[in-house]
Design a protein around this ligand. Structure first.
Ligand SMILES: NC(=O)c1ccc[n+]([C@@H]2O[C@H](COP(=O)([O-])OP(=O)(O)OC[C@H]3O[C@@H](n4cnc5c(N)ncnc54)[C@H](O)[C@@H]3O)[C@@H](O)[C@H]2O)c1
Length: 389
């Protein structure tokens, strides 16, 4: 398919923020919005003037005019729902995580191989302006070879919907690990992981997880290393998705707080190292490095003009009701880039970064990390998902 794509957005809490990018994407035909919650459906429908409305995923699956479905539903439903979407012959994007067990990952891979429809894991971090900037530095060779990577995702999930209760931190480590996959194009082949802290007894079930926090070292197939920390409970720290990518010439590091500007360090000698360099005083020891706080630009050339404005938070007025003034919010500017990748993929114009096999490899790495932590840091080989020929 290369024409327009009719899309359904299912799950309208986090999902509501993707609706304007779909609504105004030039390759999208009709948008259907769907949620069990009728109030959410009405509110989103009125704001964005969307008349195709559904109240269950099944209604969406039964509609032959819908080509593609973006699932933004409860984590525990992702695996069954993705399989159902693919079996219904529709393209499928799913909010992270892909699944919570290896059996479910394998089931989704089998469903995609049978249907041949697009499966995309809708990992947001790789579409942020921070990561898109790093990708530019890598593509142009300015960063040099990657030497080291670190990712962290700090969050405190007390008070969130019940399915979060006791969740093993590494089950939702994709925001911290995906930059390493996307920057290197490689996958994690081995992991050692340890739990940290003491989780209160009530949170040990239903996953049997005693760790409020976990830290893992992932060895990538290309020889690089990614250090990843994830916290979910007992963690008085503001929400932060952070990553460091260190190259031969440039190191890029996101801020300590989500609102902080990232830092970029680079060699003053532009990467040309003089092995006979005279080191005379303490202050000149080592190669000179410049340090700057930067504002990565929006990479607007990557997306169609009508959705440029959804890379930034701003105040909007409902398309139907001029009295309804509301805030459109995006952290990091990822929404229109992610929407563009899925619509392009559904239209047969590209393979998503986290297609079925890359999504399975990323998820397998996260699940293996938790297994390692439960086995007191045992060195664990990560299952690889290879395309069928
Ligand atoms: N940056 C990110 O990538 C990011 C950020 C936030 C949330 N998420 C992910 O997005 C997903 C949604 O998060 P949330 O916080 O909005 O979850 P939520 O539980 O608050 O909302 C899920 C919504 O889906 C609806 N729903 C579930 N199953 C449905 C079905 N079969 N048919 C119709 N509606 C259905 C529910 O009624 C609910 O309104 C989660 O998987 C979460 O992990 C990702």
């Amino acid at each position: 398919m290369t024409g327009t794509v009719n899309i359904a957005v299912v799950g309208l809490n986090f999902g509501a923020s993707f609706v304007p990018s779909y609504k105004h994407h030039p390759q999208v035909g009709e948008v259907t919005i769907c949620d069990f919650n009728q109030h959410l459906v009405s509110q989103v429908g009125e704001r964005w003037d969307i008349t195709k409305r559904a109240h269950s995923l099944q209604e969406v699956l039964d509609d032959p005019d819908i080509d593609a479905v973006h699932l933004l539903t409860n984590i525990t439903g992702h695996a069954d729902q993705a399989v159902a979407v693919l079996e219904a012959g529709k393209h499928c994007a799913v909010a992270v995580p892909m699944a919570l067990t290896m059996e479910d990952v394998a089931r989704i891979v089998a469903a995609q191989e049978k249907s041949r429809k697009v499966y995309m894991l809708a990992e947001t971090v790789i579409f942020t302006r921070n990561f898109l900037f790093v990708q530019q530095l890598l593509k142009t060779g300015q960063m040099g070879n990657i030497q080291f990577m670190r990712g962290a995702h700090y969050q405190d999930m007390d008070g969130w919907p019940s399915y979060w209760k006791g969740m093993p931190p590494m089950y939702y480590a994709t925001h911290a690990l995906a930059p390493a996959f996307a920057a290197t194009g490689s996958r994690a082949k081995r992991v050692v992981c340890f739990g940290s802290g003491k989780m209160r007894e009530q949170l040990h079930e239903p996953y049997g997880n005693p760790h409020p926090m976990q830290t893992a070292l992932f060895q990538m197939e290309d020889g690089t290393l990614a250090e990843v920390t994830r916290t979910l409970f007992h963690n008085p720290r503001g929400y932060t998705e952070a990553f460091t990518i260190g190259g031969d010439n440039i190191t890029f590091e996101t801020g300590q707080l989500d609102a902080d500007r990232p830092v970029m360090w680079s060699y003053k000698d532009d990467g040309v190292f003089d092995p006979d360099m005279k080191l005379t005083t303490y202050t000149t020891m080592g190669r000179e490095v410049t340090e700057e706080r930067i504002d990565p630009p929006d990479q607007l050339h990557l997306i169609p003009e009508p959705i440029h404005k959804y890379t930034r938070s701003h105040t909007l007025t409902s398309l139907r009701d001029p009295e309804d003034v509301f805030e459109y919010t995006t952290i990091g500017g990822f929404h229109p880039h992610l929407v563009h990748e899925f619509i392009n993929a559904a239209a047969g114009q590209r393979t998503p970064e986290f297609d079925i096999y890359r999504a399975a490899d990323l998820t397998a790495a996260c699940l293996a990390a938790h297994d390692s932590a439960m086995a007191d840091g045992s060195d664990t080989v990560i299952r690889e998902f290879l395309p069928i020929s």
